[in-house]
Design a protein around this ligand. Structure first.
Ligand code: SF4
Length: 276
């Protein structure tokens, strides 16, 4: 598909007779963008096997859905409930091997949709929201609606510091805006502003911790909305930053040590964006 778009753009720009760019410059750019295709064809003469879309390796959202699945399997009386999923990377949870997510209504709409489903269940439901969905609309149509209607359910916010699925766009809790100006907007502060009192922040890589917090949220006698914020940086973005740094250190003959894997939500370091 990108090849079709690039080729179409090239033909359009050449036929349009642009004054600012010579035909030669457009052709050079086209070849620079597509030269790798010949190398790929030489290395991979056969099409690679199709594989279903899934989370990136090391994605911080994976272990959260592992925790949800394990809790459902080991403690069905607690963990086997309706899960309203979200749009974004987290939608991969609805596929194998997780198969977690009974419904998907729209971006940031999990909690709003479960407000209609919850009363039909004899137990609390779980809604999933990415941080992008939370800031996009989930804060109002999900959280404000749940608080207004005294919805007794559990919301899991996957805070990976960006709107990751669309290209790691900055969101209010990234810590900086699109101009890289620092911000102090946080998800817990926004939740508290709407009156949410039961808020827990967990390290998404610590499966037992996530399971324990889920169990507590699903069984506590405290009524109303319970929010679990599972935090850790999108691994794709993290590696885009880490790999060049490690390569530089290796080239300089310095010790190469991957920065601490995962963010401890209790310890806000300079590498931790959007700390509460
Ligand atoms: S882009 Fe980031 S958040 Fe999305 S699947 Fe990959 S690592 Fe996970």
């Amino acid at each position: 598909m990108p090849q079709l778009v690039i080729d179409g753009l090239r033909r359009f720009l050449v036929s349009a007779g642009m004054k600012l760019q010579s035909t030669g410059a457009i052709e050079d750019r086209y070849h620079a963008l597509t030269a790798h295709r010949e190398k790929i064809a030489a290395v991979l003469p056969e099409p690679v096997a199709k594989r279903p879309p899934s989370f990136c390796t090391g994605c911080p959202e994976r272990p959260v859905f592992s925790a949800l699945k394990i809790l459902r399997q080991r403690e069905p009386a607690i963990g086997d409930t309706h899960v309203a999923a979200d749009i974004g990377c987290s939608t991969f949870s609805t596929q194998a091997p997780f198969n977690v997510g009974n419904s998907v209504l729209g971006y940031g709409m999990g909690l709003a949709s479960s407000s209609a489903v919850s009363p039909l269940f004899g137990k609390r439901t779980i809604s999933v929201m990415g941080d992008g969905g939370f800031w996009h609309n989930g804060l109002t149509n999900g959280v404000a609606n749940a608080m207004y209607n005294r919805q007794d359910s559990v919301l899991v916010i996957l805070d990976n510091f960006y709107a990751a699925a669309t290209g790691q766009h900055h969101v209010p809790s990234t810590g900086t805006n699109a101009r890289n100006e620092p911000l102090a907007m946080t998800i817990p502060a926004a939740l508290r502003g709407l009156g949410v009192k039961w808020i827990r922040t967990v390290n998404s890589y610590r499966i037992p911790e996530v399971m324990g917090t889920l169990r507590e949220a699903l069984t506590t006698r405290v009524p109303g909305l319970k929010v679990i914020i599972a935090r850790n940086e999108c691994m794709l973005e993290r590696q885009r930053r880490e790999k060049p740094r490690l390569r530089q250190r290796a080239a300089a003959g310095q010790e190469v040590v991957q920065a601490r894997f995962g963010v401890d939500p209790d310890v806000c370091t300079g590498d931790t964006r959007g700390c509460a």
